[in-house]
Each structure stands twice: as structure tokens, then as C-alpha cells.
Design a protein around this ligand. Structure first.
Ligand SMILES: Cc1cc2nc3c(=O)[nH]c(=O)nc-3n(C[C@H](O)[C@H](O)[C@H](O)COP(=O)(O)O)c2cc1C
Length: 204
């Protein structure tokens, strides 16, 4: 079967894109607002786009009222963010953190998530995540009819849980994906794990 995007509404295009470009990595993004409160939200329009310099991209839509999402505002204002890779046991809090809260009402406090200092960086990282990228704002562009934010982040350093760092037969460092046990996004409320598919409904 072929799907012709020329006949699609933006919603149909979204559902077709997000159910075919699978599994997608999920950036669980921690930012800080002007008052110093931490904000956390997941983004699966996320990937590595360059190695020299090391860049990751996020594509951030708008809130239903058309205003920019807090993650974009915070990165624009503060210039930095931490992108975590969530593991299987974090499927529920990661999904829950996509709920819209009032300004200054922190997902971290609501979900009971602990942070620890990120060595050499101005933001903390989630204590329980096995991979975290310390990023600085590199470039922000608006794309598409809905004025989506294409945000490039420069990776300054990456934290990897010691338990996932191994050495191969030639003595080279190897990161063990099974120990990271990353969640990948499939369509709708489905997520891939190293073992199969889990379903986690989005918060109301
Ligand atoms: C797994 C998952 C992936 C998501 N990916 C994106 C995405 O790539 N872009 C986006 O704009 N929103 C995405 N969302 C929705 C945002 O997380 C949600 O709008 C959130 O409230 C934004 O928070 P903020 O306003 O604090 O930035 C995703 C939600 C989930 C559960």
C-alpha cells in the first residue's frame, strides 16, 4: 500500500509519520525557566544529526493555544538543556511528564524524580537515567506551516551509567545497549523495549 501525503491533513501526516518512522529515540528533556524551576518533557522528534560538532535535534510543536512549549522558551532563554534516555521502568513517569502543568509547577516534584549534579554543567541530571546529554543551544529555527521549532543542541558531554560501560576483546570502550534498556517510541501509546512492546497511555 502507498500513502500519498498530498491527500493528507496535517493530522493524518502526523499519524502516518509517527507510525512508520519507528522506533524513535526519546529525549527526556530537563530545562530551567527564568525563575529557576526545572521543567521535564519527552520529545521523540529527536535524533543525532552531526558528529563534528556533535549535534542533536529536537523538533518542538506548539501548545494548543499556539504559544511555544515551555521547553523551547527555557532553552531560548537559558541556553542549555539535558536530554536523558529513559529506560523501561521509566515508561510511566516519562509519559506522565508530557502533561501540561501550570507555569512553575514542576514535573520533577509531582513525579517524585530525584536529580543529581551533572559534573561540569550548569543543570542537574535525573538520578535514575543511565544516559544523559549535557547540551547547549546551537541553533533555533522555525519550520513548517505550524511554525514548529527545530532546535539544534551542541553536546558538551554525555553521562553513561558505569554499569553500562564495558570493554570489548580489543580493549575498546563499549556501551552496552541491553544495560541501558532504552525506550523507543512507536505509534500512539506504544513503546519498544529491548524485550518487546509496552503500552502506556498518554495523560488526560
Ligand atoms: C513519548 C512522547 C514523545 C513526544 N514527542 C514530542 C515531540 O517530539 N515534539 C513535541 O512538540 N511534543 C512531543 N510530545 C509532547 C510533549 O512532551 C508535551 O507537549 C509536553 O507537555 C511539552 O512540555 P513543555 O511545554 O514543558 O515543553 C511527546 C510526548 C510523549 C509522551
Amino acid at each position: 500500500m502507498y500513502f500519498d501525503f498530498a491527500e493528507f491533513s496535517p493530522n493524518q501526516a502526523y499519524f502516518t509519520m509517527t507510525q512508520t518512522l519507528v522506533p524513535r529515540p526519546i529525549a527526556w528533556v530537563l530545562t530551567e525557566n527564568a525563575a529557576g524551576d526545572y521543567n521535564l518533557a519527552p520529545f521523540s522528534y529527536f535524533n543525532a544529526v552531526c558528529s563534528d560538532p556533535p549535534l542533536v535535534m529536537l523538533s518542538i510543536g506548539r501548545k494548543p493555544d499556539g504559544s511555544p512549549k515551555d521547553t523551547r522558551v527555557n532553552i531560548e532563554q537559558r541556553g542549555h538543556f539535558v536530554a536523558h534516555i529513559a529506560h523501561r521502568e521509566q515508561a510511566k513517569p516519562m509519559t506522565e511528564s508530557s502533561a501540561t502543568l501550570d507555569y512553575g509547577d514542576s514535573e520533577l516534584a509531582r513525579l517524585g524524580l530525584d536529580t543529581v549534579p551533572f559534573q561540569g554543567f550548569g543543570l542537574p541530571r535525573l538520578a535514575d537515567c543511565r544516559v544523559a546529554f549535557a547540551c547547549e543551544r546551537y541553533e533555533i529555527r522555525e519550520i513548517g506551516n505550524a511554525r514548529q521549532t527545530l532546535l539544534l543542541g551542541l553536546v558538551k558531554s554525555v553521562y553513561v551509567d558505569d554499569a553500562a560501560v564495558t570493554t570489548d576483546a580489543k580493549g575498546r570502550t563499549k556501551i552496552d545497549a541491553a544495560r541501558i534498556d532504552p525506550l523507543g517510541r512507536l505509534g500512539g501509546g506504544e513503546y519498544s523495549t529491548m524485550e518487546g512492546v509496552v503500552t502506556v497511555p498518554r495523560p488526560a
